[in-house]
Design a protein. Structure first.
Length: 188
């Protein structure tokens, strides 16, 4: 199997690139954004089906590992896993899994509430430790997101900022975090 490819981006498609390596163009499906004619190095995951062999590329091993974890969930194939990774930042996705935030995961195309919940149930114990568990026990992050959404903000627009606020203010409750978030949103 192919483990890694290093070459130049020759063509950019809707969910793939053609990566020229030693005169051979490889079609590599990816959620990452590249510019034409730039040199790249991609970790490759090869997915073999009865009717196809497809290459999926990631700039980091962590991205490849996340993709592999997502595809172990029943109902999440390579296409859906790539859509999730293309829509939600890795840290945000890991936090959503750790905190049980199905709503954030369901923002990815092709992912409904049931699939999002299944991802959480099947991956929470595998990914829920350490760095991504802030706010999970107290429920502060989900409460902050719900409060801001009730004020009309879109979850995908506020989640990174909310995670940052919760991690920077671990002892703060929702009554202190909402004003901080509103200040952050308004740029003051």
């Amino acid at each position: 199997m192919i483990g890694k490819l290093q070459g130049v981006i020759d063509y950019i498609g809707p969910d793939y690139v053609i990566l020229m390596v030693g005169g051979v163009g490889y079609k590599v499906h990816t959620a990452e954004i590249f510019a034409l004619k730039t040199p790249v190095s991609l970790w490759i995951e090869t997915v073999v089906r009865e009717d196809s062999i497809r290459l999926f590329g990631f700039s980091t091993v962590a991205g490849q590992n996340l993709f592999n974890q997502l595809t172990t969930v029943s109902g999440v194939g390579p296409k859906v896993a790539l859509a999730i990774m293309g829509t939600i930042k890795t840290d945000t996705l890991m936090t959503a899994i750790a905190t049980g935030d199905a709503k954030t995961i369901a923002t990815a195309p092709g992912v409904g509430k049931k699939v999002a919940e299944k991802i959480i149930v099947e991956l929470k114990n595998k990914m829920g430790g350490g760095n991504f568990d802030f706010g999970a026990e107290s429920g502060v992050l989900p409460d902050l997101l719900a409060a801001l959404e009730s004020l009309g903000y879109r979850r995908m627009d506020i989640i990174d900022m909310a995670q940052h606020l919760v991690s920077q203010n671990p002892d703060a409750d929702i009554s202190k975090l909402v004003p901080l978030a509103l200040k952050e949103i308004s740029g003051k």
